[in-house]
Design a protein around this ligand. Structure first.
Ligand code: PHE
Length: 494
């Protein structure tokens, strides 16, 4: 007998959860830096090009497949074509790796909310972060021992993941996304308003947006645009297909894809304004140029920003607390989306109860994440993040487009999504999925691989990249093929 698949409370519940997954650390600390590095205002051309030629078309593809085939990513892909089940598992395995290191970053963000209260980092935020807090070893081969505050933070994050995902999606992920996303927006607006009223904000914003048209001619900038759009929209990670499989029968899929993409871009834009106003203020107060203070990722959040907060008196404490709350909220809604993509796949495959699956995933996930609490944790995180995002996810996006473009046929998906949607997509979508997205992603992937061989990522030893990078990718593929050989236990009931 067919059981009814669980559903979102409303279309808005789904949208909040999808935007919650998309809006994450990538919007706050990655986007501002990528724009700045890649030609400022001129970067918006490749960025929007990437959104319209890959971001939105792939979102429509994933939403539509999840909805049409009513399954987590592996099940949906299996139902579309039995030979491709492994391609449904690969992004789920990548998600598991992302989830483990995401929990470490989140645990640091939560800890920094507390540090901001009294600016515990003191005069030297760099030394505090690497030596006092992380106790970072001198190479990825010196794993060292456990750094307890990080391990405890990771435990807390997994407990939160468990508390949210243990419940049904309607009372768990939907509810938390509806709560955290508006809070996140309000906090970001406060940060932006405070940021743009600081002395020097204009310098930062000029540095960010002044277009450098020459850079747009550089292919590397186009590659960065695709990388950013992929990561930021959480596509090719198994999440969006799973989320859309919980939609009611009649839902406007095309509209939802556009709304998700625009909400995500809007938030990125806002974050870029906030971050660069604050960096501009810092540059001005130190009498240096903006490019001397700008960094991305970990460096921006845990070193540069604390340094700025130190110079701002009581506003520094307030902004610090708000900024790290922002990171934590943005990260939690992304983190639960990763847990959901993995649990839904296992539930569909094994027929086990949701509560048991989520509990087992959270226990194993915590154990696996604990390797990031070792002294070498940050190195492992950096290498895995680079490989999963630049190789794994792009490869999955490419294969998804080829699978739908050439085997399932785009018309099947387009007819389904158009039958649901008020705004119909035309044959342009078929052309994008069949030719344009595969062509661009193949070039991107090839170029990244060639560059990676020429200059080892991050100056790491090649052996370290093989052990923590390439082998993670290859084991992911092998694992995906292995699981796809196992039978579906309760295929008829999902
Ligand atoms: N989209 C999230 C961000 O912008 C990152 C993410 C990627 C989350 C993949 C889940 C899966 O930070």
């Amino acid at each position: 007998m067919k059981e009814k698949r669980t559903q979102w409370g409303s279309k808005w519940g789904f949208l909040f959860a999808a935007v919650g997954s998309a809006v994450g650390l990538g919007n706050i600390w990655r986007y501002p830096y990528v724009v700045y590095e890649s030609g400022g205002g001129a970067f918006l051309i490749p960025y929007f090009f990437a959104i319209f030629t890959a971001g939105i078309p792939l979102l429509i593809l994933e939403y539509s497949m999840g909805h049409l085939y009513r399954g987590s990513t592996p099940l949906a892909v299996f139902r579309a074509n039995k030979n491709f089940e492994w391609l449904g598992w690969w992004p789920v395995i990548s998600s598991a790796v992302i989830l483990c290191y995401y929990s470490m970053i989140l645990s640091m963000a939560v800890k920094y909310i507390l540090f901001s209260v009294d600016k515990s980092w003191g005069q030297d935020s760099n030394d505090f972060f690497y030596n006092e807090f992380l106790k970072l070893s001198d190479s990825p081969f010196h794993l060292g021992g456990i750094v307890w505050p990080i391990l405890i933070g990771i435990l807390i994050i997994w407990a939160v993941n468990w508390l949210i995902c243990y419940r049904d999606i309607k009372t768990g992920i939907e509810k938390i996304s509806k709560l955290l996303l508006p809070c996140l927006l309000v906090i970001m607006i406060i940060i932006v308003i405070k940021g743009i009223t600081l002395d020097g904000a204009a310098t930062g914003l000029n540095a960010l947006f002044t277009p450098d048209w020459d850079r747009v001619k550089n292919p590397q900038i186009w590659i960065s645009a695709y990388g950013q759009v992929f990561f930021s929209l959480s596509i090719a990670t198994g999440i969006m297909m799973t989320y859309s499989s919980y939609l009611p029968d009649k839902t406007d899929i095309n509209n939802s894809a556009f709304l998700t993409a625009f909400a995500n871009s809007g938030f990125e834009f806002l974050a870029a304004i906030g971050v660069f106003s604050i960096l501009g203020a810092m540059a001005e107060s130190q009498g240096v140029a903006v490019d001397e203070v700008v960094t991305s990722g970990i460096g921006l959040a845990f070193i540069a920003f604390p340094k700025v907060f130190s110079t701002m008196g009581i506003w520094g404490n307030i902004l610090g607390v708000l900024f790290f709350i922002c990171l934590s909220f943005a990260g939690i809604t992304s983190s639960v989306s990763l847990v959901e993509a993995i649990s839904a796949s296992i539930i569909d495959k094994s027929g086990w109860q949701r509560k048991n699956v989520v509990t087992v995933i959270c226990v194993i996930g915590f154990a696996a994440s604990s390797i990031f609490s070792l002294n070498a944790g940050l190195y492992l995180l950096d290498i895995m993040d680079n490989f999963i995002n630049n190789y794994g996810i792009v490869a999955v996006g490419l294969l998804e487009a080829i699978m739908v473009g050439w085997i399932i046929k785009p018309i099947v998906i387009r007819e389904h999504t158009n039958s649901m949607s008020y705004f119909k997509i035309g044959a342009w979508w078929d052309i994008i999925i069949k030719y344009i997205t595969p062509a661009i992603l193949s070039v991107t992937l090839l170029q990244t691989i060639v560059n990676g061989f020429k200059t080892p990522y991050g100056g790491y030893d090649r052996t370290a990249l093989i052990i923590y990078g390439w082998s993670v990718i290859l084991l992911g593929i092998a694992g995906a093929v292995w699981i796809s050989r196992k039978p579906w236990k309760k295929e008829e009931s999902v």
